[in-house]
Design a protein around this ligand. Structure first.
Ligand code: GLP
Length: 259
């Protein structure tokens, strides 16, 4: 089972995950980070930006989870733009080392396999940051996604398009298709760190962490991973049956052990 850490708030979660990333970079200056979009990982990026001056980031590379298909990269809500604005610039990563799947329609047939090759040739992802959708999706792997899936095109559910409509002028501007790392791609990363905050994620978190392994809940794939950490606030943890056990385990964890 994943290690579940329940913290006071999103800011504390951001600090905790930034600590893990900082120690990864200290021991491996060419670390490969798996980057997620969405509002959830923002406290991690903010905490990293705050300590960027103490980190040697020149060789750190990154791979985003997903991208919309058919949205020009110059669009402010393309994930390429979001990653540049919220991750690369504030933290000061080298833009040449940051990869986002290519959502251009004319090359979409080969974009998935090219992305898989790029991840492999970088040596694989060391630490993958993940959020979770209200329907349990990770990346853009909607319910029904195979646990063995690799980077490919998916059709977004109505629920995901509604959830993401807040970033667009109207819901029908949210693209219908995306290209996303598969669950199989995500499971190859050496450490998964899934974050979730707020009551509206509580059901997806409980299903992912304690529910049965099922393609109906893509987040449940993390149960297959040998090193997965789930960082939650109280509201997101509110439907977990074993919450007291997770608190007890964390409180008694040796100080020298990170996440
Ligand atoms: N593709 C992204 C996911 O990677 C993200 O986890 C999810 C949740 O977003 P938020 O963190 O804003 O709740 O939204 C999008 O669908």
């Amino acid at each position: 089972m994943a290690e579940i850490v329940i913290v006071e708030n999103a800011q504390a979660a951001g600090e905790l995950v930034a600590d893990a990333i900082a120690s990864l970079i200290a021991s491996k200056p060419d670390a490969v980070l798996g980057l997620a979009t969405g509002s959830t990982p923002l406290p991690v990026y903010q905490a990293l930006a705050a300590r960027a001056a103490q980190l040697d980031l020149g060789r750190v590379s990154g791979f985003a989870l997903d991208e919309y298909v058919g949205l020009p990269v110059s669009h402010p809500e393309s994930y390429r733009s979001v990653i540049t604005r919220e991750v690369v610039e504030p933290i000061g990563l080298d833009p040449k080392l940051i990869h986002v799947p290519d959502g251009a329609v004319d090359t979409i047939q080969s974009a998935g396999s090219e992305y898989e090759r790029a991840i492999m040739s970088a040596g694989g992802v060391d630490l993958q940051i993940l959020g979770v959708g209200t329907d349990g999706h990770i990346g853009f792997n909607e319910p029904g996604s195979s646990f063995a899936s690799l980077t490919r095109v998916k059709t977004l559910t109505e629920q995901t398009r509604r959830d993401n409509a807040r970033f667009f002028d109207s819901p029908d501007q949210v693209p219908m298709h995306c290209i996303t790392q598969g669950l199989g791609t995500i499971l190859r990363a050496r450490h998964l760190v899934l974050l979730a905050f707020g009551e509206k994620k509580a059901a997806a978190v409980a299903a992912s962490v304690e529910g049965p392994l099922t393609a109906m809940v893509p987040g449940s794939a993390i149960q297959l991973h040998p090193h997965a950490t789930v960082v939650l606030d109280e509201a997101a943890a509110s439907q977990l049956q074993l919450a007291d056990y997770y608190r007890y385990t964390w409180a008694n964890k040796p100080e020298w052990q990170g996440i």
